[in-house]
Design a protein around this ligand. Structure first.
Ligand code: ADP
Ligand code: ADP
Ligand code: ZN
Length: 212
């Protein structure tokens, strides 16, 4: 089961990916988390990616394709994987097809632009494991601490309202066309992301034909 989660920034891709990892026992591949880890580790990739991410712009396709191709070739992806936040451009989607990365289902999590800002201002993330929380909609068990690894939660720099607005523009200009791309290939399902986290998850599982 190779799955792509599509959606605007804040649609709930990361949150849903975390739940699906447990339910489907396959890994999630979040390019955002991989890039943030590269920045934290001061790697060459991190240095190249940082300025784009801080501005809410897309990191160049070549950098993204390199890390994704390596990751999906790892043994733990043999039974399937969940791509969270990638592909984000037509060029990335076409390159995955060319490289023979087989995609079974693409689920677009649909959320109105008007709710995104509230989601982002309340988002708290774990800098160590990438888990995503919300101060009211999905709070951690202990305030300010990651449920999975106990690290102190942080606010992402690019979740500032001005940057979020730019990221939303980028989504509409560069990423939304992927719905047409995968729709024409007959692999697209859309799910309402403006409902409870559990409700959206149930709809995703139904859309991919998975037993719960
Ligand atoms: P993405 O990975 O698509 O950017 P996240 O999964 O990080 O989105 O979710 C963005 C924010 O919205 C987080 O704070 C998350 O806890 C919260 N969130 C996710 N799904 C829902 C939902 N169905 N209802 C309300 N808040 C949600
Ligand atoms: P969100 O979950 O809120 O949509 P991500 O964590 O997926 O945000 O991405 C954060 C930033 O990392 C993006 O704004 C972009 O700069 C960069 N990024 C992540 N994935 C990609 C990708 N597939 N292509 C280009 N840039 C990416
Ligand atoms: Zn954590």
């Amino acid at each position: 089961m190779n799955l792509i989660l599509l959606g605007a920034p804040g649609a709930g891709k990361g949150t849903q990916a975390e739940i699906l990892v447990k339910k489907l026992s396959i890994p999630a591949i979040s390019t955002g988390n991989m890039l943030r880890e590269a920045i934290a580790n001061g790697t060459e990739l991190g240095k190249l990616a940082k300025k784009y991410m801080d501005e809410g712009a897309l990191v160049p396709d070549e950098l993204i394709l390199g890390i994704v191709a390596d990751r999906v070739a790892q043994p733990d992806c043999a039974r399937g994987f969940i791509l969270d936040g990638v592909p984000r451009t037509l060029a990335q989607a076409e390159a995955l097809e060319r490289k023979g990365v087989k995609i079974d289902h693409v689920v677009s999590i649909e959320v109105d632009d008007s709710v995104i800002e509230a989601r982002m201002t309340g988002r708290r993330v774990c800098p160590k494991c990438g888990a995503s929380y919300h101060v009211t909609a999905n709070p951690p068990k202990t305030e300010g601490r990651c449920d999975s690894c106990g690290s102190e939660l942080i606010v992402r720099k690019d979740d500032a309202p001005e940057t979020v607005r730019h990221r939303l523009e980028v989504y509409h200009a560069s990423t939304e066309v992927l719905k047409d791309f995968y729709g024409k290939l007959g692999r697209l399902a859309t799910v309402n992301g403006c409902q409870s986290i559990e409700g959206a998850n149930a709809d995703i599982l139904k859309a991919i034909g998975a037993e719960v």
